[in-house]
Ligand binder design. Structure first.
Ligand code: ADP
Ligand code: ZN
Length: 733
């Protein structure tokens, strides 16, 4: 009797599929397999072996292939996938597919190629040819000089250099090499501060099993230094460390610090900016247990790690840990669950913890460790001043106080940052005749005016930030025919322009998603700032996150009030975190920093808390409000999201789903509240109408039990062109 393989496939059905598997053995559990599914060949993961199948023998197909060239997914990872599938109510096959690197999701056989060499040397021909490269090609020449001297580690090559090397490789100039072990030199690191020592001792004392920690400390208080020491201790025990960071742009900076600290160790970066080959190679290194440190963004939380010993989630409050498509998981929450299941410590670090996390710490579910001061003795917290923009009438968005501070900073030869969280030239184009603003025809949003640079002439475009629509602004207002159309409000491009007029001698650099779009552009810009080739930075939140600019002493914040009037109850929490983060950019080294926030509401408690650097005060007030209003973290929420070409279709579906829920509600769902369907924050995106149904309960377990029963029934509803998905623990309701 041949065994039956139960295979998880990436299809929208939440069940396993049986295949005859004459050669399969227990060691194959967790391996990738190829199977016939209808007319298609699919790649899935073998998750169970069984003796019998419910499927009639004649209908049972045989496995086409078991990929034994790749190690199986460890049992721990399969359990993690099962947890995520259960908690987020997502099919196991889809979860498993999404945790494989893209290159391993298809075509079983050729997939597991050898990993890239860690280093290269010149071949004999290469040596002769490379010696001929002359200094008129500076990039090639510099590379040639390095290679003629020594083997070069792949990790030490930039993107441009890798491109050049591909040419060399094609011509047969290179061979794979291994690197000599690094010289054992006595390395000295700063002795920990008293706070750091106390934090480290507490974590050490708790042992190597599961223990969740919140490491709370302002930017520059030395959190990363604590991570580094914990990683060192974990590595010394022969374990792998998983470090999660919120943002792909942060990985180079941090991985540099880790590389310097652990020169002999194998560090693997994992994020969506890598080529699929690089991602596969890194993932396989981790799976094989060869990688020591995995540093990555949210997707890295699912990296297979047979020797996992420690998890760190840096900037744990960051919203980018939430996946917003497919399975809507929170990488932070999955990480905590993973640490528990693997029995390892986890450290969540932040200067402004998520209110959920802060509440967990207050309730004793996590242990709180505080780093009270900045680690550098000389560095103090920046002074925050609130500028009342009702009194100091800003011109083009910039108040006189801010302009004066920019001027003074410029004269001292220090750097400034003007932070404005709106990219483009102006948020809207306005008809001065009738007040018409230009809506996106496909979304519930205004079109944003952008300045397009090209072919010598700088023209304007109207762009939708939601669907990507990009059009030329009309000559005249479609409503009144007037031709006096004016940009209204400020975006990064306009601020950049205003500053250039005001400070013609200053070197100004704009950093936002548009200017940093090209691969490598962001790190090039960072290097320019570090090399002091820039006087004034204009940037959105991508500058605010964790970048260390030692010569930056002034931060001006404009346009922040917007978030105070948002309908999203989490908007103020995000604003507070953002302001604290951007304030943390000022004065990191020996120079004291100054932060100027322009606002119409200088008395607002949120700004007052920022000015006092008072996260605990802010959090206490915010949690009181949340409790009074029955919002998370005091209730558990889930949202059923539906979208369709018409509002009626989406609404009809959600009403039917609600109806079923109310019926079930008498039984398992006692204590689960089901609200009326309402439009999403953005009702329409790209012509699709989006509505949502909110469910909440004071008890997470009840909500979970209800969701399981309810979704089975919802899945049987006729969908009629409605696309729907469940979002557990949503962040935008
Ligand atoms: P965070 O991660 O909280 O922003 P970092 O660990 O990056 O803080 O530390 C901020 C700065 O202080 C860094 O330049 C770091 O090298 C330095 N630093 C950290 N810990 C110490 C210490 N114990 N002694 C001296 N300098 C330290
Ligand atoms: Zn649009």
């Amino acid at each position: 009797m041949s065994p039956i393989a139960r295979v998880a496939l990436d299809i929208p059905l939440d069940r396993l599929f049986d295949y005859r598997a004459p050669e399969a053995e227990a060691a194959d559990i967790g391996r990738r397999v190829e199977v016939l599914f209808g007319p298609r060949t699919l790649v899935g993961v073998l998750v169970e072996l069984a003796a019998h199948s419910e499927v009639a023998p004649a209908a049972l197909k045989t496995l086409l292939h078991i990929d034994r060239d790749t190690p199986p997914l460890p049992a721990e990872l399969l359990a993690l996938a099962r947890f995520a599938a259960g908690y987020y109510h997502h099919p196991l096959g889809a979860v498993l597919a999404s945790l494989l690197p893209p290159a391993l999701r298809h075509g079983g056989r050729q997939a597991a190629s050898a990993a890239r060499p860690v280093a290269y040397v010149l071949s004999a021909t290469g040596r002769a040819e490379v010696a001929k490269i002359n200094a008129r090609k500076p990039a090639q020449f510099a590379l040639a000089t390095r290679f003629l001297a020594n083997p070069v580690a792949r990790a030490d090559l930039g993107d441009r250099e890798k491109t050049l090397l591909r040419g060399w490789q094609k011509r047969g100039w290179l061979e794979a090499a291994t690197l000599p072990p690094p010289p054992a030199k006595e390395r000295v690191f700063p002795p920990p501060t008293a706070d750091q020592e106390a934090a480290l001792n507490a974590i050490r004392a708790a042992g190597t099993g599961f223990s969740p920690w919140l490491l709370y400390g302002v930017t520059g208080s030395g959190k990363t230094e604590v991570y580094l020491r914990l990683v060192a201790e974990s590595l010394a025990r022969g374990r792998q460390a998983l470090i999660l960071v919120p943002e792909i742009h942060l990985t180079p900076q941090l991985s540099e610090r880790f590389k310097q600290r652990f020169p002999g160790r194998h560090l693997v970066g994992l994020h969506s900016g890598l080529s699929s080959g690089e991602r596969r190679a890194g993932w396989l290194e981790a799976l094989a247990g060869r990688a020591d440190i995995i540093l990555g963004t949210r997707l890295a939380v699912f990296t297979p790690l047979p020797r996992l010993g420690l998890i760190v989630v840096d900037e744990e409050h960051d919203t980018s840990y939430k996946q917003m498509e497919g399975m809507r998981y929170s990488a932070r929450d999955v990480a905590v669950w993973r640490a528990r299941q693997a029995g390892v410590p986890i450290v969540l670090g932040s200067a402004t913890p998520a209110l959920e996390t802060w509440n967990n710490a207050r309730a004793g579910r996590y242990q709180l460790l505080s780093l009270a001061t900045r680690a550098h003795a000389q560095a103090s917290l920046p002074t925050v001043r609130l500028i009342d923009s009702r009194a100091d009438h800003p011109k083009q968005g910039l108040s006189r106080a801010l302009l004066a501070a920019l001027e003074a900073t410029l004269q001292r030869g220090e750097q400034s940052l003007v932070f404005i969280n709106r990219r483009g030239y102006a948020p809207t184009l306005l008809c001065n005749g009738c007040g018409h603003v230009f809506p996106c025809p496909r979304c519930s949003a205004h079109l944003v005016l952008h300045r397009a640079h090209g072919n010598n002439s700088a023209g304007y475009r109207l762009v939708c930030h939601h669907c990507g629509l990009n059009t030329r602004p009309p000559e005249a207002c479609p409503e009144c025919g007037g031709v006096d159309l004016r940009p209204s409000g400020q975006g990064t491009q306009r601020v950049e322009e205003t500053l250039a007029e005001r400070f013609p001698e200053a070197r100004i650099l704009r950093i936002d998603r548009d200017s940093a779009a090209r691969k490598g552009a962001f790190s090039a810009m960072r290097e320019r700032v570090a090399a002091r080739e820039v006087d004034i930075l204009v940037g959105t939140q991508i500058v605010a996150k964790g970048h260390d600019f030692p010569h930056l002493t002034l931060v001006g914040v404009i346009g922040a009030d917007q978030a105070l009037v948002s309908p999203d109850f989490r908007a103020s929490e995000r604003l507070f975190a953002q302001l604290m983060q951007v304030a943390g950019r000022a004065g990191r080294a020996e120079h004291p920093g100054m932060v100027l926030i322009q606002t119409r509401y200088p008395g607002h408690p949120l700004y007052q808390a920022v000015a006092r650097h008072d996260y605990p005060g802010f959090a206490a007030a915010a949690l009181r409000e949340r409790r009074a209003a029955d919002f998370p973290p005091f209730v558990a929420q889930a949202v059923l999201r539906a979208e369709a070409n018409t509002e009626e279709a989406a609404l009809g579906f959600l009403l039917a789903a609600r109806e079923i829920g109310l019926e079930i509600g008498q039984g398992v769902a006692r204590g689960v509240e089901i609200f009326d369907p309402v439009p999403a924050l953005m009702l329409r995106i790209a012509g699709r109408h989006r509505l949502q149904l909110l469910l909440q309960s004071g008890a997470r377990g009840r909500l979970q039990a209800f969701l399981g029963v309810w979704l089975e029934a919802v899945a049987r509803l006729p969908a009629r062109g409605v696309k729907w998905i469940l979002d557990v623990d949503p962040v935008d309701v």
